[in-house]
Write a protein that binds this ligand. Structure first.
Ligand SMILES: [Zn+2]
Length: 218
């Protein structure tokens, strides 16, 4: 059972993917985790990726694809996985399809967490992270007891540069240009399932689990 989480940055893909993988006892594959692991362990692919990153260049699709394929070959992915952050481009999606076909499998479901641009900017711009323990807050939806101070450790809360409204608009632009074509791609493969992402986390998760069960029986 291979599930591809789709949605703009800030749509809640990461959290939902982790919960879904746990609920279904599947591996959770996050492209961010895979990158960090390869860099930390200084694998050949990690070292290769680093040469691009050090030059401020994008890591080519081929390197990313190889990292993910290595991960998919591990035993915990035998029953399937929930992928989050990969594929991010059409060539990556095609490479994944090819790899899965080789093991006589395919993508069974691609849920799209649909959240408006305004909501994305609002969610990310209000996010605050603790400098010391990395705990996450939101100025409106989950504020700390004292503004600017972490409830857990008393550390200072700050906004990541990634979450500044200007940067978020740019991330959205990259998403529309590079990743949103995947919506059409998976629609054409009859596995797209659009879910309203602007709801309570638990409600979105319940719909996701239902969608997977339906796809499993189909
Ligand atoms: Zn803290």
């Amino acid at each position: 059972m291979f599930v591809i989480m789709l949605g703009a940055p800030g749509a809640g893909k990461g959290t939902q993917a982790r919960m879904l993988a746990e609920a279904l006892d599947l591996a959770h594959i996050s492209s961010g985790d895979i990158f960090r692991e390869n860099l930390k362990n200084e694998t050949p692919l990690g070292k290769l990726a680093k040469t691009y990153m050090d030059r401020g260049e994008l890591v080519p699709d081929a390197v990313t694809i190889n990292m993910v394929m290595d991960r998919l070959a591990q035993p915990d992915c035998a029953k399937g996985a929930v992928l989050d952050g990969f594929p991010r481009t059409l060539p990556q999606a095609a490479a994944l399809d090819e790899a899965l076909a080789q093991r006589d499998d395919r993508v069974r479901l691609a849920p799209l967490l649909d959240v408006s641009d305004e909501a994305v900017i609002d969610r990310l711009a209000g996010r605050r992270v603790c400098r010391d323990c990395q705990a996450m807050y939101h100025v409106d939806y989950s504020p700390p007891e004292v503004a600017g101070v972490c409830d857990k450790c008393g550390g200072e809360l700050y906004r990541r540069t990634d979450d500044e409204p200007e940067t978020v608009r740019n991330r959205l632009f990259v998403y529309y240009k590079q990743t949103s074509p995947l919506v059409g791609y998976y629609f054409a493969h009859s596995v797209l399932k659009t879910l309203a992402g602007d709801r309570e986390m638990a409600a979105v998760q319940a719909d996701l689990v239902d969608a997977v069960r339906l796809a499993q029986s189909g």
